[in-house]
Design a protein around this ligand. Structure first.
Ligand code: M6R
Length: 619
């Protein structure tokens, strides 16, 4: 959580540092929006100036218009998701200690001990944050060493927990120093200027050349150079790479919200994730996989670890991989995984799914799995992020930047990557004939066009969403792969519209949830294809009748040609026909549109729902 930006450039005092940092904060605001702040350093003895304000970035911008800061040559900026201390002006970052201003993403777990030590030294604290201890420690260490980088190394060695820190000093107008431990930080490389950001979006408007930092590194940025060391000052190397998307991809592109845009990006996101996955002979090739084929042939269990929407993608993966490969697949919430002594070993393939690649619960589960001897494969959307770096292999999704807090195109891309993995394992292990794999892959390649068809028909879903804008609760039912779709539909609505929403396996209905059905209760039902397992289709049709008989308003997602649903549905949203296992790529889309439209009709901010942040980088 929290977004961090740093800039050092022109040796002259200029408005550019502030402009760059505010632009970066605008692009990182999805990471947290409880407060925002900046610190600037001016050359020629101009010193340090700061501004910070509770609430969204707009409040800080208003404050800066009312009380402009002096022009500067270096700057840092922060957008906060509050952990320690209420989201008010005082607790907003930067925190100032003497000549130092510091910003932080993460949690300093030993802050109470450090604070007691500093209080005993006579240090006075202004905020309730854990971060302020780091600012005071840095000021103290700088006073002793006179070297900001060395001082940062010393502080980093003393902190426990997770952190990215950036600091500037009033007397150093051409230096920004950063440190990272289990929280993200990337360098942007410019001409006579350099950048730091929690992710590349922070500086994508200025450069696509980036430097990936490793764990436990300190970086010292000047206009003409970037120096990286470990926490003991030993020189280290970052990895240079070029970002494969540009600033336009991180703009709304004419849509009312990022979420709406990202829903509409989905045909491309799925198509791009499928690109370049076959060789000339039509065999699947997953170039990013660094796990030996003999190891993949020998695995006897797959465990998917993920959180939230990514975990629902894992549920879909389970149905497909078990069916195609006959390997048992367990799906586990990452935060539960390492606390229950999971039985994993060298013949277990752990698949960690994460859009951001920075979710702390998932990262910790990855580390635990590797400690137990399991191989870990990451399915991830963010190049250079921590989870793929710490995994044995990676399968990148190519969804492009996902800015809205609620995940949409990442979900469909994760499912697509999981299908690729399943088909690849089936090919490698000989579970399917090559022509069967080729046929399924052809079906996958047809999915972007079918998703587009669902989008083209979405007006009917929007109309239903507006009609239901004031309901207190919506239920979602699904069976087989429709079950994780129902769970995802409910999560989207909870996140965006702040109303009760729950997803159930349709078969579970009579075991309890049917008691919730009352006159007018809206229930989405994801109906399996009648061309799939016959009994499943008819059982779900019976479920629709059962809830309708008890007064439910039934909103049914069914495939084209399924006339059987019409007699029992108040609304039917048809999606194109496709193989059953691939159907979540279609059935999810109306539910995303529904949540987005209903929340919009309630006057809510769909891109930045309350209390949430895009990447959950603390446990
Ligand atoms: O970045 P990740 O995929 O690891 O994030 C996992 C979840 O935090 C994320 O999917 C979350 O549930 C979204 N807000 C869902 O819309």
């Amino acid at each position: 959580m929290c977004g961090i930006v740093g800039y050092v450039g022109t040796q002259q005092a200029s408005t550019r540092p502030l402009e760059v940092v505010l632009e970066g904060l605008r692009r990182l605001e999805y990471r947290g929006y409880d407060s925002a702040g900046v610190a600037l350093v001016a050359p020629d003895g101009g010193g340090l100036s700061t501004a910070k304000k509770a609430g969204k970035l707009a409040n800080l911008v208003g404050e800066l218009q009312a009380h402009p800061l002096p022009v500067a040559s270096a700057a840092i900026g922060h957008t906060r998701w509050a952990t320690h201390g209420a989201p008010n002006d005082v607790n907003a970052h930067p925190h100032v200690a003497g000549p130092i201003a510091l910003i932080h993403n993460g949690i300093v777990e030993n802050f109470a001990v450090l604070k007691a030590e500093l209080l005993a030294d006579g240090v006075q604290f202004r905020s309730e944050t854990d971060t302020e201890v780091a600012a005071h420690l840095l000021a103290r260490a700088y006073a002793e060493t006179g070297d900001l980088s060395a001082a940062m190394c010393g502080v980093a060695r003393r902190l426990e927990g997770t952190f990215t820190l950036l600091a500037v000093h009033a007397d150093l107008p051409d230096v920004v120093v950063g440190a990272r431990h289990d929280s993200p930080l990337v360098v942007g490389l410019g001409e006579g200027e350099n950048f730091l950001g929690s992710d590349v979006a922070a500086f994508i408007a200025h450069t696509r050349d980036a430097l990936e930092l490793g764990q436990d590194q300190v970086v010292t940025l000047s206009p003409d150079g970037v120096e990286v060391t470990d926490f003991f000052g030993v020189p280290a190397q970052g990895r240079r790479y070029r970002v494969d998307w540009d600033a336009a991809a991180a703009e709304k592109g004419g849509f009312a919200s990022f979420m709406d845009k990202e829903i509409h990006d989905q045909p491309q996101a799925v198509g791009d994730t499928l690109l370049g996955r076959t060789d000339l002979a039509g065999n699947l090739v997953l170039d990013d996989l660094r796990i030996d084929e003999s190891v993949l042939r020998s695995i006897d269990k797959i465990v998917v670890i993920a959180c939230g929407t990514a975990a629902y993608a894992g549920h879909v993966a389970k149905y497909a991989i078990e069916h195609w490969c006959r390997i048992p697949v367990e799906v586990e919430l990452a935060h539960e995984f390492r606390y229950r002594d999971p039985v994993v070993g060298p013949r277990t393939l752990v698949v960690a799914i994460s859009q951001s690649g920075e979710t702390m619960d998932t990262l910790m589960a990855v580390r635990h799995a590797r400690e137990q001897g399991a191989k870990v494969l990451a399915i991830c959307n963010t190049h250079g992020s921590t989870i793929p770096r710490e995994s044995d292999a990676v399968l990148y999704t190519h969804a492009g930047p996902e800015i809205a807090v609620a995940s949409t195109k990442a979900f469909l891309s994760q499912i697509t990557a999981a299908y690729l993995l399943g088909l690849y394992l089936a090919q490698l292990r000989g579970n399917k004939f090559p022509d069967e794999i080729a046929e399924t892959f052809d079906q996958l390649r047809a999915m972007p066009e079918r998703i587009q068809t669902v989008l083209d028909r979405a007006d009917a879903v929007r109309k239903a969403a507006r009609e239901l804008a004031d309901v207190p609760s919506v239920l979602f039912l699904g069976r087989h792969v429709g079950f994780p779709v129902a769970l995802e539909g409910a999560l989207k609505l909870k996140e965006l519209a702040y109303i009760h929403a729950e997803g159930f396996a349709a078969g579970e209905l009579k075991h309890g949830p049917i008691a919730l059905i009352d006159e007018g209760q809206p229930v989405f039902v994801v109906v399996p294809s009648p061309r799939g397992r016959d009994s499943l289709h008819s059982k779900v049709i019976s479920n629709i009748q059962e809830i309708r008989a008890r007064g439910a308003r039934t909103l049914v997602i069914a495939e084209d040609g399924d006339d059987a649903v019409e007699a029992y549905a108040d609304d039917v949203f048809y999606v194109p026909q496709c193989p059953t296992l691939l159907s979540p790529l279609l059935a999810t889309v109306p539910l995303q549109v529904f949540a987005c439209e209903l929340a919009t009709a309630r006057g809510l901010d769909v891109d930045q729902p309350r209390n949430l942040a895009k990447s959950v980088t603390v446990e």
